[in-house]
Design a protein around this ligand. Structure first.
Ligand SMILES: NC(=O)c1ccc[n+]([C@@H]2O[C@H](COP(=O)([O-])OP(=O)(O)OC[C@H]3O[C@@H](n4cnc5c(N)ncnc54)[C@H](O)[C@@H]3O)[C@@H](O)[C@H]2O)c1
Ligand SMILES: *[C@@H]1O[C@H](CO)[C@@H](O)[C@H](O)[C@H]1NC(C)=O
Length: 312
């Protein structure tokens, strides 16, 4: 049967009115502090991948202080143990697992162990990431493969392992640590950018999928930060630090945890990235080349050293 024009008009009008309502709510929420609008995660189980250093470690400590139980995954056992010690110091229960995220069978096996030994995971933070840091034709094939395995394929496997439990309880949160490199392409980061664009697309699709399934208790958050001083991008310089500063890892971790507490879906850091993203879709590509030159973006990776001992 053809759709009734009046019904379509009615649905359209209701959609616009609701959009206006949610726009106003979003503006109000932008000004309310986390202490007012944030949810409590006391007693919840938080699993963080790549918890053995950088923002993974900083987030673990912040979640611990909020009363969460921590499950820490990393390939680097020593780093992970160090994080666990700091989490315990903050008064939280913690368990560490050594896992190679490149290995799907390993991910599934360790996920089963977590379910048996700790129980359901309430907040899953896919944070582990690696970078090759070379022009595409200079990237060794195995590093390209590994980058995809850690930065996106592992997200699929962990979500497959833990989302069913969240859906069953209609309670959970999936956090994807992507990157500003998941929103724009960058010279010298082709494999990394592709993996991070994939993480952004995966998060967005899952958010729509959960919404359309009516699973309002399961939320997702995607995080796209500019460079952070964790050592992962050691050597990289930013041309205009006032506009685009290299971010402090503690600040980034705090902002991510705040976004989770407030059920914020998308977090770009620093805020100027929201403006840059708007420009991306209106400027001709030739302007983008010139602006990328001006901002030094085409030469970011020239001074890149990265982590000296990559966990190969
Ligand atoms: N540092 C930055 O400038 C920056 C900017 C934007 C986004 N990010 C993203 O933030 C996330 C955290 O980055 P970081 O700067 O804290 O990096 P980091 O190198 O300090 O931490 C990454 C952790 O992931 C772990 N890891 C790597 N490969 C693994 C594997 N196969 N199995 C299990 N664990 C593995 C490492 O051992 C390490 O502890 C990454 O996804 C990264 O891409 C970083
Ligand atoms: C998910 O977000 C919705 C809307 O903000 C909220 O009502 C719900 O409680 C959230 N679920 C969790 C587990 O935080």
């Amino acid at each position: 049967m053809p759709e009734n024009v009046l019904d379509i008009l009615k649905e359209t009008l209701i959609t616009f009115i609701l959009c206006l309502y949610y726009q106003i709510v979003a503006i109000i929420k932008a000004f309310l502090p986390t202490s007012v609008q944030g949810k409590s995660i006391n007693g919840e189980t938080v699993l963080i991948t790549g918890a053995g250093s950088g923002i993974g470690r900083c987030m673990a400590i912040r979640f611990a202080k909020l009363g969460a139980r921590l499950v820490l995954w990393d390939i680097n056992e020593a780093g992970n143990k160090e994080t666990a010690a700091k989490v315990a110091e903050a008064g939280a229960t913690v368990k560490t697992y050594t896992v190679d995220l490149c290995n799907r069978a390993d991910v599934y096996r360790v996920a089963e162990r977590v379910k048996k030994e700790v129980g359901d995971v309430d907040i899953l933070v896919n944070n582990a990431g690696i970078v090759t840091g070379r022009k595409f034709l200079d990237c060794p094939d195995d590093m390209i493969q590994k980058t995809m395995d850690v930065n996106i394929m592992a997200h699929y496997w962990t979500v497959k392992a833990f989302l069913p439990g969240m859906i069953e309880r209609d309670h959970g949160h999936i956090v994807s640590i992507a990157s500003s490199a998941g929103l724009v392409g960058v010279t010298g980061l082709a494999d990394y950018c592709a993996s991070k664009h994939a993480a952004v697309g995966f998060d967005e699709s899952m958010r729509f999928e959960l919404y359309s399934m009516g699973k309002r208790g399961v939320n997702t958050t995607v995080v796209c930060p500019y460079f952070i001083n964790t050592g992962m991008f050691e050597g990289v310089k930013t041309r205009f630090p006032y506009l685009l500063p290299i971010l402090e890892q503690d600040y980034v971790a705090d902002m991510i945890v705040d976004a989770v507490l407030c059920n914020q879906h998308i977090l770009l850091l620093p805020r100027i990235l929201y403006f840059i993203m708007a420009l991306k879709w209106v400027l001709p590509t030739h302007c983008q080349f010139l602006l990328a030159d001006l901002m030094g973006i085409n030469h970011f990776m020239d001074t890149f050293r990265g982590r000296q001992n990559k966990n190969e």
